[in-house]
Design a protein around this ligand. Structure first.
Ligand SMILES: Nc1nc2c(ncn2[C@@H]2O[C@H](COP(=O)(O)OP(=O)(O)OP(=O)(O)O)[C@@H](O)[C@H]2O)c(=O)[nH]1
Length: 234
C-alpha cells in the first residue's frame, strides 16, 4: 500500500519527487477513531531528513534519495495503549529554492517539530538556531513539542559536532536531544523510539479526534484552523 500521499487535511498544491513508499500492512491500521498529528521535519539540506522519515515509515534505509522539492509526506499509524494515533510526517526541503513557496504550509497547524542536523557537518548544527527562529516567526506555539536530532552517527571518523555541544544547545532551548543514524540497521529501533517519544507526548495533548474524516468535516476543521492562524499576533 502506498503511504506517501497528500495528507487528509491539506488541500493546497504540494510537490513530491520521491517515489511512493511501500509499507507492510501491519503498520497501516486505522480504527474508527484515529487521532492525527502533523509533525514537520526541518533542517539544512543533506542532513538526512528524508532518510530518517523513510526509516521510520518504511522501515528501511532509502538509498540514493533525491533532494526534496517542497515537501514529501509520509505517515505511520501506531497503536499506543489501545489507541490509534496517526503520525503525518512532513519531510520538508532543506534547500531554500525548493522550500520558499511552501514555508507557510509547513508550519500551519503543526503539532510537533523535529530539528535535524548532521553530526559530520558543523554548519548544519550551527543553522539550528535559525531553523528554531523560523519556526518561532511562523507562530508555532511554545506548547508544541520540539526535539533535536543529530543524524549520521555511523560516520564516527567524520564527526564534527560533539555530543556535549549539542546537549548544551538542546538544553538552552529545553529540547530533548537524540543522536542516531538513519543508515545503520542497528539504529532502526532508536529511530522508532524518537518518533514514539513524540507520539506519546502528543497523545497526552488535547485530542484532535476525527471519525473517519469526511471531506466536509475536514473542510470545517481546515477553516477553523485558518481562522486561528489569522488571529496570530506575531
Ligand atoms: N552515512 C549516513 N548517510 C546518511 C544518513 N542519512 C542520510 N544519509 C545520506 O545523506 C544524504 C542526504 O540524505 P537526505 O535524507 O536526502 O537529506 P535531506 O535532509 O532530506 O536533504 P534535502 O531533501 O535536500 O533537504 C544522502 O546521500 C543519504 O544517503 C545516515 O544516517 N548515515
Amino acid at each position: 500500500m502506498a503511504i506517501e500521499k497528500k495528507p487528509e487535511d491539506e488541500f493546497d498544491t504540494v510537490f513530491s519527487q520521491n517515489d511512493s513508499l511501500e509499507l507492510s500492512s501491519h503498520h497501516d491500521y486505522v480504527t474508527a477513531q484515529t487521532r492525527i498529528f502533523k509533525i514537520i521535519v526541518i533542517g539544512d539540506s543533506n542532513v538526512g531528513k528524508t532518510c530518517l522519515t523513510y526509516r521510520f515509515c518504511g522501515g528501511t534505509f532509502l538509498k540514493n534519495p533525491e533532494a526534496t522539492i517542497g515537501v514529501d509526506f509520509r505517515e505511520r499509524t501506531l497503536e499506543l495503549d489501545g489507541e490509534s494515533i496517526k503520525l503525518q510526517i512532513w519531510d520538508t526541503a532543506g534547500q531554500e529554492r525548493f522550500r520558499k513557496s511552501m514555508v507557510e504550509h509547513y508550519y500551519r497547524s503543526v503539532h510537533a517539530v523535529i530539528f535535524v542536523y548532521d553530526v559530520t557537518s558543523l554548519s548544519s548544527f550551527e543553522s539550528i538556531p535559525e531553523w528554531i527562529e523560523e519556526c518561532r516567526r511562523h507562530c508555532v506555539g511554545p506548547l508544541v513539542p520540539r526535539i533535536m536530532v543529530g543524524n549520521k552517527c555511523d560516520l564516527r571518523d567524520r564527526r564534527e559536532v560533539p555530543t556535549t555541544a549539542a546537549q548544551c544547545l538542546a538544553d538552552s532551548y529545553n529540547f530533548p536531544l537524540f543522536e542516531t543514524s538513519a543508515k545503520e540497521p542497528a539504529e532502526k529501533e532508536h529511530v522508532d523510539a524518537i518518533f514514539l517519544t513524540l507520539a506519546y507526548r502528543l497523545k497526552s495533548h488535547k485530542p484532535l479526534r476525527l471519525k473517519q474524516p469526511s471531506e466536509s468535516n475536514i473542510r470545517q476543521l481546515w477553516n477553523q484552523r485558518e481562522q486561528e492562524a489569522a488571529t496570530c499576533q506575531c
